[in-house]
Design a protein around this ligand. Structure first.
Ligand code: GDP
Ligand code: MG
Length: 197
């Protein structure tokens, strides 16, 4: 234990299937079994190598979201050649470690793997995509996985009802879409004890 602690919370965001969970799982493995030649850290003291030691995975009892099952995900793609299942939940991973070259400060990191549905709007960053193209992509994404389909069931049913009745009530569709976003509301997810101190 050192007298000071460097704490950071890092969110991983991106559209669905962009590789967030795999990237985070790999990064955690690198921190856990650190090899400075594979994951170079910014050098601190020149007397000691910039190397992670005393790594500890920790649970945060105040968190409202589940912990990322690192071992399970890592083993499934490393040993069973299976990618992690998609989840509608945000997941967190918390760890503490020391650096061999830091004599005064411990490190505590919290990672948040955000659910994809919250970031559908990122598709708009592509300036070749117009509103109709964006809508189609969002609907395709929501329908492409059983988990997203379940999460978005009310919204998808609202859209289909309107299509089959040949009506277009934008207010109702918008309300259903907002309710879908509320299901994965970020401030509420983070109401636990995540934060920078
Ligand atoms: N070949 C390859 N495919 C990857 C890699 N990372 C992710 N994928 C593919 O991308 C899919 C989505 O990855 P995932 O991390 O679950 O995406 P997320 O929805 O952003 O969390 C996986 O199921 C794989 O098919 C990688 O490093 N190499
Ligand atoms: Mg994921």
């Amino acid at each position: 234990m050192h007298p000071f602690t460097y704490k950071r919370t890092i969110g991983v965001v991106g559209i669905g299937n962009s590789g967030k969970t795999v990237l985070l799982t790999s990064l955690i493995s690198h921190l856990k079994n650190h090899h400075p030649e594979l994951l170079g850290l910014h050098p601190g003291s020149k007397k000691q190598p910039a190397e992670i030691i005393c790594f500890e995975e920790r649970s945060l009892p105040g968190m409202k979201i589940p912990m990322l099952p690192h071992e399970k995900y890592y083993n499934s793609f490393r040993h069973e050649m299976r990618w992690p299942d998609k989840t509608a939940d945000a997941l967190y991973y918390h760890c503490a470690f020391q650096r061999r070259d830091w004599s005064w400060t411990d490190v505590e990191l919290t990672f948040i793997d955000f659910p994809d549905e919250r970031f559908n709007d990122l598709l708009m960053l592509d300036d070749k995509v117009d509103f109709a193209g964006w809508s189609t992509q969002v609907l395709d994404r929501l329908e492409s996985h059983p988990e997203s389909r379940a999460l978005a069931a009310d919204y998808l049913a609202t859209v289909k009802r309107q299509l089959s009745a040949g009506v277009s009530d934008a207010e109702t569709v918008l309300r259903a879409y907002r309710l879908l976003l509320v299901l994965v509301d970020i401030p509420d997810l983070l109401a636990g004890n995540v934060g920078r101190k």
